[in-house]
Design a binder for this molecule. Structure first.
Ligand code: GLA
Length: 362
């Protein structure tokens, strides 16, 4: 008899610590109440069948020797990649079918890809009674993205989707792999605003930034940018290529802002945390150059909106969404205000997603 099961994995917002994860740095995020749901069953034959409500292309492939799919079916690679990595690690996996549903906007920088991976992984764990430690599971999902899909992302998205807690931020130290939850100020809500222009991680910019960060670390003679303080970077500035300096300044600054952000959260100081978010965005705009005119407009508009503590781009950048920390009682009003002004200023139709921080994958 076929077994059936259901799983659910949330998207995430990155709150502070932009592009720090693959630099062995620190990052603060939160899982959100938008998620991917996976329903599926075991199959007697060794096949992987993946269907989703967001594509009319059904995928039905042999489980042994899975290859990367191109074109219309490429979305299924995130699920198939998980099966590939589980098998590489010798987990006993048989055939399966999975039906994916999502209310998580794709291409918004909210980690819909990690949510697909984690939801699939959790489903396969249930279907085949696999016991996997949560951090190891996050790494398997990241490998699906790094080695199968080919995006060299860090561990942030998968960890956030797994370790999220309602009312709390997720802290991740990518070097020591310490993970913690820190309460968000209770009177605040999260407002995601999608600029209406998709973000494309399966594109060159992300990997290019990564290479530039590694080049910065090499020029500074350290294993990773995590090892550099602001003072050390300033002292070395004269001998660094200006572009490499700016990339490093972003990462070093973001790591410092994460530690300052934790202090602010521990004091329940939404205003101080929000100020760090604005500074983070400015650094993305000028140092890391992973913002866009649309995201800049959204952050500028948010800054003038009563009830907004802070705002910045969230995730990889190059399009996608901003995240704002907002007084809870004003979140709908703020969303309407930003919406109207953004369209008036840029002519684009964005979309607001008032969010709650949420528990990680079931
Ligand atoms: C994407 C990647 C993450 C992280 C962020 C930027 O979301 O998937 O690993 O690098 O960008 O912080």
């Amino acid at each position: 008899m076929n077994h059936s099961a259901t799983s659910r994995a949330p998207g995430r917002v990155e709150l502070l610590g932009n592009h720090t994860d693959y630099n062995e740095g620190v990052v603060l995020s939160a899982a959100i109440n938008y998620a991917v749901t996976a329903r599926g069953e075991t199959l007697p034959e060794r096949r992987a069948r993946v269907n989703s409500e967001f594509s009319s292309e059904a995928v039905d492939v042999a489980l042994d020797g899975l290859d990367l799919l191109a074109g219309e079916s490429a979305w299924a690679n995130y699920s198939l990649g998980v099966a590939v990595m589980l098998r590489e690690e010798n987990y006993q996996l048989g055939g399966f079918s999975v039906q994916l549903e999502s209310n998580l906007p794709a291409g918004a920088g909210l980690s819909s890809s990690a949510a697909l991976e984690v939801a699939t992984a959790r489903l396969l764990m249930k279907l085949y009674s696999l016991k996997i430690d949560p951090l190891h599971l996050a790494k398997i999902c990241r490998r699906a993205e790094n080695d199968f899909v080919g995006v060299k992302c860090g561990l942030l998205d998968q960890v956030s989707s797994i370790f999220g807690k309602k009312g709390q931020a997720v802290y991740l130290d990518c070097r020591s792999e310490e993970i913690d939850n820190i309460p968000l100020p209770p009177d605040t809500a999260l407002l995601v605003f999608h600029c209406g222009v998709a973000h494309r991680l399966v594109g060159g910019e992300y990997n290019e930034r990564r290479e530039q960060c590694f080049a910065a670390a090499a020029a500074l003679g350290v294993p990773a940018l995590r090892d550099v303080t602001g003072e050390q970077l300033e002292a070395a500035r004269g001998r660094l290529d200006p572009l490499i300096y700016r990339r490093a300044a972003h990462i070093v600054g973001e790591n410092e802002r994460v530690f300052a952000g934790i202090e602010a959260l521990r004091r329940g100081d939404g205003k101080a945390f929000g100020e760090l978010m604005f500074i983070s965005h400015e650094s993305s705009r000028t140092n890391f150059e992973n913002s866009t005119p649309e995201l800049d407009a959204l952050v500028e508009i948010a800054r003038d909106e009563p009830g907004v503590y802070g705002s910045r781009l969230t995730g990889g950048g190059f399009g996608g969404a901003t995240i704002s920390l907002v007084e809870r009682s004003r979140v709908e009003e703020v969303a309407r205000g930003i919406d109207a002004k953004y369209t008036a200023r840029t002519g684009n139709r964005g979309r607001a997603y008032p969010c709650e921080s949420a528990d990680g994958a079931e």
